[in-house]
Write a protein that binds this ligand. Structure first.
Ligand code: ADP
Ligand code: ZN
Length: 603
């Protein structure tokens, strides 16, 4: 058995590598460099952890996420890996002890903040110690294009000159080609082998629904599919984050707000509770998430439209890192299309920048409106081609389309007849023959399109309009208070030379077969007591060790125990996620719980 495979089994308790992991690990063990692009949850950490253990010396991981280092190190220690970290949160004596451990060859892995690594003192320290490899995590931080740029990352190019014999691996989930090229150039990784992991995350079910009383939709989703589970709810504004968290708390959920306007210590506390406790829902702006490596996030719900497919994929990718079934739910409506369009138009930045952002938004809208497989569109964006996935709303419940040519003509003419100076509500009021004051005052009871759209209700008209905006027939003019305007594209439709099929928005039925207990649904009623006992045991051990429950064992490991019912240590070792160190630390406790269950069910 290769030593990488041996380490995978005995330290991590897994039996096989995922995707390109093995090839990446072999590259590093052979002393070569690697540039790794893999989606969130793809399994990047093993790519440097295993070579750090297999090669002589200590693996040095550079990460900007210093708030997470303690947890990462704790998790490694539970696996029996000798790990430490150096960042500004450490007292001088703690840092000194870690440095001495490094020099004495007593560390397998060392996490270092970039601002620390670029200090000459730190570099001298590393020169004196045997180094197995350098791993540069979140490598897109070196890119000045990205929003996560860190100037300290620029200096990491020096590693190559200072440690020419030490292999380096740079990792990121950011796919974009320009960023990738910039990483390679700035980190002097031109010689590195490139590994592009498949971007698919098959365990995530993608669903995009029309917004219709979004809070109730969210509530139904949580109740029916993810009760008592951890997840993230994303909103665009701080205000909405606060209100949504409050609403969920009133409904009995353990929901915590997270946004850049909260004091740093409260943010840290909420993040900590999300990681440590079970069943916490974080309601957040996009300020939350980078580097959150909680593996058992069961859902990510968006109550507002993300700005781009890339942002959407990264945010939803925070669900289900453990590979268990998870859901990404996006609720979106006409108001989102209007709001984002306006935000974009009013943002500072060059015309060129706005044009690019506009393109990104259009691609996102395209994803929302499409009637075929969502995952195909998502992955095509990253260059992957797949067959229809069978695990998105469109695959599971193919949407109906209808011939909307006539309705569209009515709507477009009404926009035209009212002078392209009014927003959605007014135009729909005119179409539906409303007698409200604004319609009267504008004299729009007299236009030829007044009242010609009574056959559709307000919701249906909004659905048509939303799709027309998303498809580029209608523009929302941000400078004119959201006035709707026709584009060139309308011409053939208005002239009767083209027809148009639109998606029929229906009140969504829940697609999940996962039913009332969410993921617990795979667990039979008979197994439920044991499942709960295993979870209680995990929670108790986690508290004793001061780590989050998933650091003791993932859900998948508990489920495997449920299936295999190990009665001996060697049987327990065969359970996925149980390695030597965890067997030693936790084995007896879990075997006891399993034995009690056996005893209880014996006739
Ligand atoms: P990333 O950093 O790419 O987002 P992680 O390294 O955190 O992903 O891995 C995601 C999850 O998948 C972790 O919980 C990890 O333990 C698990 N994992 C990684 N590789 C394997 C494997 N070969 N077999 C089973 N589980 C794995
Ligand atoms: Zn699909």
């Amino acid at each position: 058995m290769s030593s990488a495979q041996h380490t995978l089994e005995h330290v991590f308790g897994y039996d096989s590598f995922r995707g390109p992991q093995q090839a990446i690990i072999d590259t590093l063990i052979a002393g070569n460099d690697a540039l790794v692009i893999m989606p969130t949850g793809g399994g990047k950490s093993l790519c440097y952890q295993i070579p750090s253990l297999v090669r002589d010396g200590c693996g040095v991981v550079i990460s900007p996420l210093i708030a997470l280092m303690q947890d990462q190190v704790d998790a490694l220690r539970e696996l029996g890996v000798r790990a430490g970290f150096l960042n500004s949160s450490l007292a001088a004596d703690e840092a000194y002890a870690t440095e001495q451990a490094l020099l004495a060859g007593e560390l397998d892995m060392l996490y270092v903040a970039p601002e620390r690594l670029v200090q000459p003192r730190c570099q001298q320290l590393l020169q004196q110690a045997p180094i197995a490899l350098f791993a540069i995590d979140e490598a897109h931080c070196v890119s000045q294009w990205g929003h996560d740029f860190r100037s300290d990352y620029l200096a990491l190019g020096l590693l190559h000159e200072q440690f020419p014999d030490v292999p380096r691996i740079a990792l990121t989930a950011t796919a974009d080609e320009r960023t990738r090229a910039e990483i390679a150039r700035r980190l002097q990784l031109e010689q590195a082998e490139h590994f592009l992991g498949g971007f698919d995350r098959p365990n995530i079910q993608y669903r995009i629904q029309q917004k219709d009383k979004p809070r109730q939709q969210l509530l139904k989703f949580l109740r029916e599919e993810h009760p008592q589970q951890a997840g993230i709810v994303y909103c665009l504004s701080r205000n909405k984050v606060e209100q949504t968290a409050e609403f969920l708390c009133k409904e009995g959920y353990n929901a915590l707000p997270y946004h850049a306007g909260l004091p740093a210590n409260l943010r840290a506390l909420h993040q900590q509770r999300f990681l440590r406790e079970e069943q916490v829902i974080i309601v957040a702006t996009i300020a939350f998430g980078m580097g959150i490596d909680k593996p058992d996030v069961r859902f990510v719900a968006h109550l507002d439209l993300p700005k781009s497919i890339e942002a959407y994929y990264q945010e939803t990718g925070r669900a289900g890192r453990d590979g268990d079934p998870s859901t990404a739910l996006l609720l979106y409506g006409l108001e989102d299309v209007v709001k984002l369009g306006q935000m974009l138009a009013n943002s500072d930045g060059s015309e060129e920048h706005k044009r690019l952002e506009r393109q990104r938004l259009d691609a996102m809208l395209g994803l929302c409106e499409i009637t075929s497989c969502r995952r195909q569109v998502l992955l095509r964006y990253f260059g992957d081609v797949i067959a229809p996935c069978g695990n998105c709303d469109n695959c599971l419940n193919p949407p109906e389309t209808w011939d909307a040519t006539e309705a569209t003509r009515k709507l477009l003419s009404c926009i035209y007849r009212t002078g392209q100076r009014f927003g959605a509500n007014h135009v729909i009021d005119v179409l539906r023959g409303s007698e409200n004051e604004k319609v009267q005052r504008a004299g729009h009871t007299q236009v030829s399109t007044y009242g010609i759209g009574k056959d559709l209700d307000n919701r249906q008209w909004r659905s048509v309009l939303r799709q027309l905006v998303a498809l580029g027939y209608v523009e929302v003019n941000a400078d004119a208070f959201g006035a709707l305007q026709l584009t060139e594209q309308c011409r053939p439709l208005l002239k009767g030379e083209a027809s148009l099929q639109l998606r029929r928005d229906t009140t969504p039925v829940s697609t999940g077969s996962r039913g009332r207990k969410g993921i617990n649904a795979d667990i039979s009623d008979a197994d439920l007591p044991l499942w709960q006992a295993l979870k209680a045991c995990r929670k108790r051990l986690a508290d004793e060790h001061g780590v989050p429950p998933y650091v003791v064992f993932h859900d998948a490991t508990l489920r495997d125990m449920l299936e295999q019912r190990p009665t001996t240590a060697s049987e327990l070792l065969a359970v996925s996620g149980v390695g030597d160190s965890k067997l030693e630390r936790f084995g007896a406790d879990f075997l006891e719980v399993l034995a009690e269950a056996e005893y209880a069910t014996d006739p």
